[in-house]
Design a protein around this ligand. Structure first.
Ligand SMILES: Cc1cc2nc3c(=O)[nH]c(=O)nc-3n(C[C@H](O)[C@H](O)[C@H](O)COP(=O)(O)OP(=O)(O)OC[C@H]3O[C@@H](n4cnc5c(N)ncnc54)[C@H](O)[C@@H]3O)c2cc1C
Length: 395
């Protein structure tokens, strides 16, 4: 019998398994994919995520994997251009945007090094429940046979369409309609930094990644998804040309290296995240529009929070129940603002903020603090301080 079975071995699952194993627990990590395998995602890891990777001892592996360091950001919308970078978190200002077939195996290797029993190519089909408590999992092995494992806690790190959530009937406690859809690809020979461009109804991101490639992505309103998905390339070109003609010229001089990828499944929800014998982390617990690029860092933080809250209390039922309630409290406390922020950005209405941002030009400290609200290095309360109000009053 395992202490913990974790389902899903990417940004949420591998760190959760690793951190439980480092506390001395016997952990099984089940993943239906075989790594390295790509997944739909751009790759930007904000400062809080980089700081956690370092605290876990995994940042050097990421740096050695050849991902271009990022330490400069620009944002441009009609009437405003700002440049700067988020404040550091625990001394980390430089960020990275690794391909997922680079990042996810590093996370899984960290789990294995901590003693986790990692089994790839294993599809979990069901949970075993007794007297209203989850007590194990049933899964198909790579050889095609069905097997079961018992565990004191089953963690669903199995993404937005979580099987664990479905099987325990975890309802959405907060939900909002989809707001955007997005498409992206990779360019070679493209001089770039971390660049964001916006106009009403369009958002374009430029993110340097591994192998000297640059990811370029465009966001559209959700109600354009039916039109965009059947003619992705012309829609993408129009989005770039009409949002940043200068970037459009640069792309024309570079070389597209891969196909287009994209999705309209930009769900926005918080689920009931814990119950007797089970917990959800990462996208399984809480999903938001990808436009603010917070999912990876937030999954790391949730792995840290769940494992810290449980600590050495896994086998005491009353204490475990309290720890799980505290973890849910952390989810609300730590991620509700970022969730609201993502919904706000995903409305694709730059006019709501460009007036304020244009007044920050010339005040580099305030620009960096604003960018820090997007990274999670600074709270909105800290941003809306007296210095900001004085600048807004003057202009
Ligand atoms: C277009 C797009 C762009 C994005 N850009 C960014 C970005 O720049 N920065 C950022 O921070 N976030 C970004 N995100 C969000 C980020 O990708 C997710 O938040 C993150 O991947 C969540 O990690 P996770 O481990 O919770 O889930 P996932 O990455 O979805 O991993 C879940 C894993 O569970 C496995 N699994 C599922 N069901 C089973 C089962 N039954 N049995 C066994 N295994 C199972 C899956 O195979 C998968 O490997 C983006 C997302 C999208 C869609």
């Amino acid at each position: 019998m395992y202490d913990v079975v974790v389902i899903g071995a990417r940004c949420a699952g591998s760190p959760t398994a690793m951190l439980f194993a480092r506390r001395g627990y016997r952990v099984l990590l089940l993943e239906k994919a075989r790594f390295p395998q790509d997944t739909l995602s751009s790759h930007y890891i904000h400062q809080p995520g980089v700081a956690l990777l370092d605290s876990w001892g995994l940042l050097d592996d990421l740096r050695e994997a050849g991902c271009r360091p990022i330490d400069h950001q620009s944002y441009e919308a009609p009437g405003v251009r700002i440049e700067g970078f988020s404040l550091p978190v625990d001394g980390h200002r430089t960020t990275y945007a690794p391909r997922r077939f680079v990042l996810d195996p590093i996370l899984a290797s960290g789990a294995v090094a901590a003693g986790v029993d990692f089994q790839e190519g294993c599809l979990v089909n069901d949970l075993i429940q007794e007297d209203g408590r989850v007590v194990g999992v049933r899964y198909t092995t790579p050889g095609g046979s069905t097997t079961t494992e018992q565990a004191h806690l089953v963690v669903g790190a199995d993404g937005m369409r979580s099987l664990v959530a479905r099987k325990v009937g975890a309802r959405n406690v907060i939900e909002h309609p989809r707001l955007t859809c997005t498409y992206y690809s990779y360019w070679a020979d493209l001089p770039s930094h971390f660049e964001l461009y916006e106009r009403p109804g369009r958002w374009v991101g430029v993110i340097p990644t591994n192998d000297d490639l640059t990811l370029v992505m465009a966001y559209f309103p959700q109600d354009e998804f039916a039109r965009v998905r059947i003619a992705v390339e012309p829609a993408f070109e129009e989005a770039i040309r009409s949002t940043s003609p200068e970037l459009y010229e640069r792309l024309a001089a570079g070389k597209r290296a891969e196909q287009m990828y994209g999705t309209g499944h930009q769900e926005n929800f918080f689920r009931k995240a814990t119950g007797p014998g089970w917990a959800l982390v990462g996208d399984a617990a809480h999903h938001k529009d990808s436009i603010t690029a917070r999912g990876i860092s937030d999954a790391f933080r949730q792995a840290q929070s769940l494992t810290e809250r449980i600590g050495d209390r896994l086998h005491d039922e009353a204490e475990l129940a309290t720890a799980l309630r505290n973890y849910e409290y952390d989810l609300d406390k730590d991620f509700l603002d970022a969730y609201r922020g993502a919904l706000n950005v995903a409305e694709l209405k730059p006019d709501q903020k460009t007036g304020m941002l244009s007044k920050l030009v010339g005040h580099q400290d305030l620009i960096d603090r604003y960018l820090s609200t997007l990274s999670g290095a600074c709270s909105l309360d800290d941003f809306y301080n007296d210095d900001l109000l004085a600048v807004l009053d003057q202009s």
